[in-house]
Design a binder for this molecule. Structure first.
Ligand code: SF4
Ligand code: SF4
Length: 618
């Protein structure tokens, strides 16, 4: 069947056609759409994939290894930063080897287009010592995912596939074959193999030796790459991943195909010296074009040190940070070959870099986190009226207006960094924050450690019932819900309250109570994501129509500047200066509670409210 599919779906199609048996993941952009695509294909074409929506990448990786050791073809998916969480098991998978083909698919994000940061995970590869594919197009994602499964089983090694954001959400037309889904029959049995699976001391060193030998064999046997343009040219260009497309197009548009010899390397670890060496034979210079920190350039320089005369550079021309854009590659070629771009006609000009105003992000209308930060700041201001108070931030939806926290770096940085600050800067009032998904991901250990070390910690968990930021995947707060109160009491927290994010007076009261007590205190703030309740939202819409009463509004701007709900808009004429856009308003009624002048009325339709109450939705 011919399909228009994106990079995420290309992985899903290839894996399903290869008879995927086990799929585990921790959601994260840009690879957050692989799981839904596999769910859909599995149900539509009657596959038999076993799913694990794992609590974090560590668990996801180990469970995929377990499935593989039982003979299943398995795949584990995570984003670049997830490799940090999975790094511990990843360092051992090379030693154990695998049985059923096992793929680790990682979303990379040069330029941090859909992530908190742009960490370059390439440097893990020499450490974990597993083969790495870096496809360049949607069709190459599809074919190389299949090749990766075959390579995995042939050499009994897990194989890594890196997918940059640029490719994950691009679309292409691809011929897929649904008739292959669910066809492969495999027998699943764990076969004991202590020599490979018990990795301690001398045996671990022996397996490390075997792994180096295996990777040496792969580097000699396997090569995935392709050459383009003039093989006789003395100028070579080497690319990997998304920079291939930009380089290829630049060479064509600047009419340089006779002057350049282009090599794209699809399997960038380990490198095949014998296959690569001929490329350098007639080259005076080679330019390596790649995103981020120069992993390929380093690897090539190391591989050919003292063996070639060719001058090879990359990162002296391109930044080691951010995404290498088409225009920077295009301009590089134009400069190098002394082409005056503007004289070549409009169609050959590089696209303009469009300057857009900085937008720092905000919470959605009706978002429970808006109420949370309003209350946190109100309480902190009242308790410690200067700027000494500290708010520990976590990544996820609660970081959308980034300026509201004092730091944002990685998952659970709130609960972690706060412990050091409260210990050392005890005169400052510290509130750490984090989402429910972060809490279950690795925040539990942060709380347990605080209890164990008797830290004075006040932590707020924003429970919006989903891993909302990456596409509303289920968390342990979704149905079936894990009982957070039992869990936290079992961990030994000193005080725990659960509050409704939309009930501001009770929220404020409980937070003040916790601020004035000591020990490990947790405030569990419940408030579902406003994007995930369409049926209930409709009922709310029917029951309330908040408006600003012009005779009562004093233009104090509290609802507009402090609460910052996007549904409250500034008018250019007539008093009051603010009004509520009912098309955007989610009827959370937080603004009504914030207004000090009673100017915002809910305008209740009592009949509809009774219906909503009966449906337990207010
Ligand atoms: S009720 Fe008020 S705070 Fe809530 S979404 Fe509507 S305008 Fe915004
Ligand atoms: S908080 Fe109330 S009084 Fe102040 S601007 Fe908003 S509606 Fe008017």
């Amino acid at each position: 069947m011919r399909n228009i599919i994106n990079g995420n779906e290309a992985v899903a199609w290839a894996a399903m056609e290869m008879g995927l048996n086990y799929f585990s993941h921790y959601p994260g952009s840009p690879v957050n759409k692989i799981a839904p695509a596999i769910y859909e294909l599995n149900s539509k074409y009657k596959g038999s994939v076993v799913f694990n929506d794992a609590i974090n990448e560590h668990v996801a990786t180990l469970s995929a290894l377990g499935a593989s050791l039982s003979g299943a073809r398995s795949m584990v998916v995570m984003k670049h930063v997830g490799m940090n969480i999975a790094a511990d098991p990843l360092n051992y998978i090379g030693y154990t080897g695998i049985r059923g083909g096992m793929l680790l698919v990682v979303g990379t994000d040069p330029g941090a287009q859909c992530s908190t940061g742009e960490e370059d995970p390439h440097w893990y590869l020499p450490q974990i010592n597993l083969p790495l594919f870096e496809p360049t197009t949607i069709s190459q994602i599809y074919y190389q995912t299949k090749e990766a499964f075959l390579l995995s089983e042939k050499y009994a090694t897990a194989v890594v596939v890196f997918l940059p954001t640029r490719l994950c959400f691009n679309h292409d037309s691809l011929l897929t074959d649904e008739s292959k889904i669910g066809q492969a029959q495999r027998e699943f049995k764990f076969i004991k193999n202590p020599a490979s699976y018990i990795n301690v001391g001398a045996q671990c060193v022996a397996n490390s030796k075997k792994l180096f030998a295996k990777m040496e064999t792969i580097s000699q046997d396997v090569f995935f790459g392709k050459e383009f343009f003039n093989a006789n040219s003395a100028i070579g260009v080497i690319t990997r991943g998304a920079t291939f497309g930009h380089s290829y197009e630049s060479i064509l548009r600047l009419e340089l195909s006779e002057k350049v010899h282009l090599l794209n390397i699809d399997m960038t670890y380990p490198l095949n010296e014998a296959k690569l060496l001929p490329f350098f034979a007639n080259k005076k210079e080679v330019v390596v074009i790649e995103d981020q920190g120069g992993f390929l350039e380093n690897s090539l320089k190391s591989l050919f040190y003292g063996k070639i005369q060719t001058a090879m550079e990359g990162k002296i021309f391109f930044t080691p940070y951010g995404e290498i854009s088409f225009s920077s590659i295009y301009n590089f070629f134009a400069d190098k070959f002394d082409i005056a771009i503007r004289q070549m006609g409009e169609n050959l000009q590089a696209p303009h870099e469009i300057e857009v105003p900085e937008r720092l992000g905000t919470f959605c209308e009706g978002c429970p986190h808006r109420a949370s930060f309003y209350i946190i700041e109100k309480v902190l201001r009242a308790e410690q009226g200067d700027d000494r108070w500290v708010i520990g931030g976590d990544i996820g939806c609660s970081s959308l207006p980034p300026q509201r926290a004092d730091w944002l770096l990685c998952m659970n940085a709130g609960v972690g960094i706060s412990q050091g600050i409260t210990a050392m800067a005890s005169s400052q009032l510290v509130i750490s924050t984090g989402g429910d998904a972060s809490f279950f991901h690795a925040g539990i250990s942060g709380i347990a450690s605080a209890v164990h070390n008797k830290v004075d910690l006040l932590h707020l968990v924003f429970d919006n019932e989903y891993i909302a930021m990456t596409g509303h995947q289920a968390s342990l707060s979704s149905n079936p819900k894990l009982d957070h109160e039992k869990l936290l009491y079992a961990l030994g927290v000193d005080k725990l309250f659960t509050v409704d994010a939309f009930d501001l007076s009770s929220y404020e009261k409980k937070l003040k109570q916790l601020v004035h007590s000591r020990g490990v205190r947790v405030l569990w703030v419940k408030g579902a994501c406003s994007k995930m309740l369409p049926a209930q939202a409709i009922k709310r819409r029917e029951a309330f129509s908040p408006t600003i009463n012009s005779s009562k509004c004093q233009d104090c701007t509290l609802c507009y500047r402090e609460l910052q709900c996007p549904a409250i808009v500034k008018k250019t004429t007539n008093l009051p200066h603010f009004s509520i856009d009912l098309d955007r308003c989610k009827r959370c009624r937080v603004c009504k509670q914030v207004c000090p002048n009673g100017a915002i009325s809910a305008n209740v339709n009592w009949m509809k409210l009774a219906q909503a109450l009966l449906a337990k939705d207010v």
